[in-house]
Design a protein around this ligand. Structure first.
Ligand code: ATP
Ligand code: MG
Length: 460
């Protein structure tokens, strides 16, 4: 168990948390949610001991091991992948290294003999002989081929490094696992594997994520950071969201009769009591539902901005037709014989295990690259806009925000741009709300949303 006792954190004069009291217990997975900048990452750093509180304490049950998903992608550059993962259990790694050093000695003294036998005993007790195969299992599960298991970290690309750091955090069955946005940069297969891993994990997990699908799958509890407080709900993200919406509705309908409110609450409870992430949580969930009083729930202070594309003109039925497209790089075929048709109203997500294939497809249909074979044809009514994977060229300019936005707008008045960029003010998010040309709406291009530079993480 890890408990947070009367914790307050001030940064300068501003209090990020005030008097927070929470206990995180075994068998539960806590999803930490909150708007951008609410303090989720900071809270995890406090829990891990990386950041001191202004007042209050964090207490971990003695003997329990806490493990954290590290964010520094270069820290282990000089180590092998296997060593990095095993370092997830610091004591085990220390024993392995000390043993190796003693065995490598040419003059092996009696003292060394005693020391090494003590180490061997501790090593066996910690399941040390299984360490490499356990680490390999985690790496394979996350999609890292056995060929890479003994590579040096610095030779891995960014996305593989992220997976190794995740395997490191998960290694050795920690008692408390802290994960800050673990699904960032993971492919769909790795996310699915992580979900299964966390559902089966029997100890305590505290995870920050902006991915509501992931949170709904893995979380038994939701910790919401809002109003400088952290409120705990026995349920997943949907449960938190729905109860907060219910609270808002009931607060707005102040004159609604008590009886009607009670009925609405009971219906809500019934709907959610059938929906539990883990069966063993049923009891705590039932207790929580029995005590649930909507009046005590503060409606969330979060706003949920929407992105609405309004085309300049109504589009025709035909959006795009692709026939027999082929692309390759250095003689390696990325895709061939790709045929599809997109019609008005379709919403299409493109997925590929090879990011080069995805980029090639979009570069081709935007006319920035020639296909090896095949053809494509946009509908008569279509104009296009494109946000490439490498978007740095957009930012190589000294224009101010309004002038920069003007480049994509028919109406260049500042008032219009500000009105149409409400998120810009809140979130430094700039491009998406510039009115888009009549087009295959950019929202169909999944990469658009994956572009970190232009994308605020959605606030859950
Ligand atoms: N060392 C620091 N000095 C000054 N301000 C800081 C420091 N660390 C965090 N902050 C501020 O504290 C707030 C919380 O930051 P934090 O990174 O914890 O938010 P978050 O909820 O994780 O946001 P996101 O969803 O964007 O990851 C922010 O306003 C941030 O600017
Ligand atoms: Mg954060």
């Amino acid at each position: 168990m890890i408990s947070v006792n009367n914790v307050t954190l001030r940064i300068g004069k501003k209090a990020l948390f005030e008097d927070v009291n929470i206990k995180f217990t075994e068998g539960n997975c806590y999803g930490v949610i909150g708007a951008n900048g609410a303090g989720k990452s900071t809270f995890l750093r406090i829990l891990s001991g990386d950041l001191e509180t202004t007042s209050g304490t964090i207490v971990i049950t003695p003997g329990q091991r806490l493990s954290v998903l590290e964010q520094d992608h270069f820290k282990y550059d000089d180590y092998s992948v296997m060593d990095t993962v095993i370092m997830g259990n610091a004591r085990l790694y220390e024993i392995m290294k000390e043993k190796d050093a003693i065995y490598a000695k040419e003059d092996f003294s009696d003292e060394d003999g005693i020391r090494v036998s003590d180490l061997e005993a501790e090593f066996a007790e910690m399941d040390g002989w299984e360490a490499e195969s356990n680490a390999a299992m985690l790496l394979n599960g996350l999609g890292i081929d056995t060929d890479f298991h003994y590579s040096t970290m610095k030779d891995l690309d960014g996305s593989l490094k992220v997976k190794v750091l995740l395997a490191k955090a998960l290694f050795g069955n920690p008692d408390i696992l802290l994960l800050d946005e673990p699904t960032n940069h993971l492919d769909l297969d790795a996310i699915a594997w992580l979900e299964d891993f966390l559902i089966d994990f029997e100890n305590t997990v505290i995870v920050v994520s902006h991915d509501r699908y992931f949170l709904n799958k893995v979380c038994t509890h939701t910790a919401d950071i809002d109003y400088n407080k952290i409120s705990l709900f026995a349920g997943n993200y949907d449960f938190w969201y729905q109860s907060s919406q219910l609270a808002l509705r009931q607060q707005q309908a102040a004159n609604k009769k008590a009886e009607e409110k009670r009925k609405e609450l009971l219906e809500f409870i019934q709907r959610f009591s059938a929906n539990v992430a883990k069966s063993k949580q049923t009891t705590s969930r039932k207790k929580m539902l029995e005590k649930l009083n909507v009046e005590e729930i503060q409606p969330s202070s979060r706003r949920y901005p929407g992105i609405i594309f309004t085309p300049n003109r109504e589009v025709g039925n035909k959006i795009l037709e692709v026939k027999g497209l082929k692309a390759s790089v250095d003689g390696e075929t990325l895709f061939s014989d790709v045929n599809f048709q997109i019609e008005k109203g379709d919403k299409v997500a493109f997925l590929s295990r090879d990011p080069r294939a995805m980029t090639a497809l979009f570069e081709i249909i935007m006319g920035r690259r020639k296909p090896d074979a095949g053809d494509y044809d946009w509908g008569q009514t279509i104009t296009t806009a494109y946000l490439p994977l490498d978007n740095s060229e957009f930012f190589e300019t000294d224009l101010n925000l309004v002038d920069w936005l003007c480049q994509w707008s028919n109406d260049s008045s500042e008032i219009y741009l500000k009105l149409h960029s409400p998120i810009a003010a809140q979130n430094s998010f700039i491009l998406a709300l510039a009115p888009m040309p009549s087009t295959v709406s950019v929202s169909r291009i999944p990469k658009f949303f994956n572009l970190y530079k232009l994308r605020p993480k959605p606030s859950l």
